[in-house]
Design a protein around this ligand. Structure first.
Ligand SMILES: Nc1ncnc2c1ncn2[C@@H]1O[C@H](COP(=O)(O)OP(=O)(O)O)[C@@H](O)[C@H]1O
Ligand SMILES: [Mg+2]
Length: 334
């Protein structure tokens, strides 16, 4: 498995669209055998980065090496070893699952006997064997996604890239995709690079995470490293009337919490003894006779990570490029 060889090297990668810098000087190395997650909100620059790794979009500057091969100079060779699952659904609805895989295999000139074996194998992996003769158009979102993953595996690549493979899926279907990705990573030794908007997804799946915002890589590490770095085992939140918020923030500071005000609430990472801190907070607040509306503690979400790293909340969908029919997005809320 991983011998420390780089599957993908990204050097000073920049992409500008007019005045907008969508990807801003990203440096990154993904090792063979990794499941690497690029995590960020809508419009952060995930797809632009992925599309440059895939050689579908020319960088403004910088370069991408895949297995040591320069994507700009030798795109066909570099892409040989890659499977792709794009953000849009690309299965052919009027073809069966098997036929979908068949055309793809033929595209890659896989000879007949192997083609059938590969199709069986891909369907089995994607848990779609029972649906082999069903039309892809009748599939649920999750099944279509699994079929796409199966398709990306047809030419036996050593690396697959998936752009938001689980966005818009319900939790059961997301879990199925996670299983599938773990399986192909472990059993077939395939390096995986994926993007996501969900923090818990990277926790579930990824050996390493890069967090991207405004085209910049703002954090990089294992899920555990990142949690430690951000000091976020749990998040404490208290909402109160506008006039009381300053005082609530003071109370946070008095019990040793790093408070941030956000809308009608004050929030802070709770650290390792969050429950104790909450008790202390309640004492402080009742001594100050402050009326609080709600108090809660929860696992950090991507919003919390962003708040901590950037000091601002995750932007809404406003930043999304809407020129190509993929602007719809349901953000993972809490
Ligand atoms: N072809 C394009 N032309 C102009 N702007 C674009 C284009 N593609 C993406 N952008 C912009 O670049 C930024 C990053 O977009 P994108 O990489 O799609 O983000 P993400 O995949 O993280 O949601 C956004 O502000 C988006 O509007
Ligand atoms: Mg995208």
């Amino acid at each position: 498995m991983s011998d420390g060889t780089a599957a993908v090297e990204i050097e000073h990668l920049v992409k500008r669209f007019g005045n907008l810098t969508a990807v801003n000087d990203i440096n990154l190395e993904i090792k063979e055998g990794e499941i690497f997650g690029l995590l960020g909100p809508n419009g952060a620059g995930k797809s632009t980065t992925i599309n440059m790794i895939l050689g579908l979009l020319p960088p403004t500057s910088g370069r991408v090496l895949v297995n040591g091969i320069d994507m700009q100079k030798n795109p066909n060779l570099a892409r040989n070893n890659m499977g792709i699952v794009t953000q849009e659904t690309v299965v052919e609805p009027e073809l069966t699952a098997e036929q979908n895989l068949m055309i793809f295999g033929k595209l890659y000139h896989i000879p007949e006997p192997e083609l059938h074996r590969d199709i069986d194998f891909a369907l089995e992996l994607a848990d779609l064997t029972a649906f082999r003769h069903a039309y892809a158009g009748t599939f649920s979102g999750g099944m279509k996604r699994r079929l796409e993953v199966a398709k990306s595996l047809m030419h036996a690549p050593g690396l697959i890239l998936l752009d938001e493979p689980t966005t818009g899926l319900d939790i059961q279907n997301r879990a199925k995709i996670w299983d599938l990705l773990r399986k192909i990573n472990k059993e077939r030794d395939i390096t995986i690079i994926m993007t996501t908007q969900y923090l818990e997804e990277t926790d579930q799946l990824c050996n390493r995470i890069g967090i991207i915002d405004h085209g910049k890589l703002i954090a990089l590490g294992t899920p555990t490293e990142l949690r430690q770095k951000i000091g976020m085992s749990s998040i404490i939140e208290i909402s109160a009337g506008r006039d009381d918020l300053q005082k609530v923030a003071k109370a946070f500071e008095r019990v040793g919490l790093e408070a941030k005000m956000l809308g009608n609430k004050v929030t802070a990472p709770g650290g390792s003894n969050a429950t104790k801190k909450i008790e202390a907070l309640i004492k402080e607040l009742s001594a100050m006779k402050i009326q609080i509306h709600n108090i809660s503690m929860h696992e950090p979400t991507i919003d919390d990570v962003f708040l901590k790293l950037t000091g601002s909340e995750v932007r809404d969908t406003a930043g999304e490029y809407t020129g190509n029919n993929r602007s719809f997005m349901v953000r993972g809320g809490r």
